[in-house]
Design a protein around this ligand. Sequence first.
Ligand code: GP9
Ligand code: MN
Length: 418
Amino acid sequence: DGSELVEVNNYVRSNQVDANEKMYGVAKDRNLIVVSMESLQSFVINNDMNGHEVTPFLNSLTQDKDTYYFSNFYHQTGLGKTSDSEFLLENSLYPLGGGAVFFTHSGNTFHSMAESLGEEGYYTNVLHPNNKSFWNRDIMYRALDIQKYYDEQSYVVNEEDAVNWGMKDIPFVEQSVDLMADMPQPFYSRLITLTNHHPFTLDEEDKLIPEYDSNSNTLNRYFQSVRYMDEALKVFFEDLKEKGLYDNSIIVMYGDHYGISENHNKAMEQYLEKEITPYESAKLQRVPLFVHIPNSGEGKEMTETSGQIDLRPTILHALGVETSKDMQLGADMFSEEHEEFVVFRDGGFVTDKFVYAGNACYDNATGLQIEIDSCQPYIDRATQELGYSDQIINGDLLRFYDLKTGNLLLDEAIKEDK
Ligand code: GP9
Ligand code: MN
């Protein structure tokens, strides 16, 4: 009867944080380019594998004057994997605990980032060379107000351009930049890479470093496959510059979810040279996030604990788009008031002080297990927050929310109930 919405709304309003004054509008009127980096985890960044640099291009960005590199940024996906990360990004809500929300709730009303940017005059689109119905994207993208989906049919995929799941990342980014060069500006383009996907197989000529030497062939190939994706991202930046799209854009790149599951812990222990406790497993859910703003000059490493749910308000504020009326559960990562509290879909979480994983509480700095009392207040809040998100999705509550005014349409909710 709408009472749920009142409670959720109160929670969202009370957790709203102000934008960082210096960052608000820093990329106003620029194109927004978001890259979802398939299966990329943070442990490979600024790390090597038997003496080989795994991500030379991304490593250079961590030192770049125009890049904010977030080193304590976490994925928050569930069974919907890539599609869950897209959901988090577009809606600043949690995915569902059961199945993929892209399949189960594509008929809902949402107020996505694409919708907001569309209203600001942006041409909104996704580029991904796969079958359009994979993850139900063709249907869900309509609910998310994404104006155009450049699926595999928008690409020319020669035999030598495909491996593993489909089109290779290098020809993908090359053809994508060609497509982007013809788009009306400003545009919001979201690219989803594909090559670095389990089982991480490559053609010989794309193997730029050797395999690793553990008992897990998956992990062994992972480094090689990540190295290829890193090369593709380098090509992407070069092509954007060549086509004159670089200077007037903001480029946000994030890892979508883990690539190496807990089934490979033995091999991971060999590589990381430490035991993988539930605490370590939680910390391995970090994925890299780069916010690259050409010619801004103030880039640095950001150690703020944050997650994919925070992407939308962070990006919109950088573009100078207000989010104070948005029904969102994330917050601007650049804000002084951003809270260091990342909730995982399974109820685990990380704060700057604590990690809660496998029903145990750990000191975030030392990894030592501590009494559960320290975590308890956050355990309760994590449950509450996931619950509110689930209520919004399961009750399709955004039908009853007027984004323009921030008003709850309670009369309609009551009518609906009868
Ligand atoms: C498929 C790609 C991979 O189009 O996004 O999806 P995943 O299996 O990683 O969820
Ligand atoms: Mn994925």
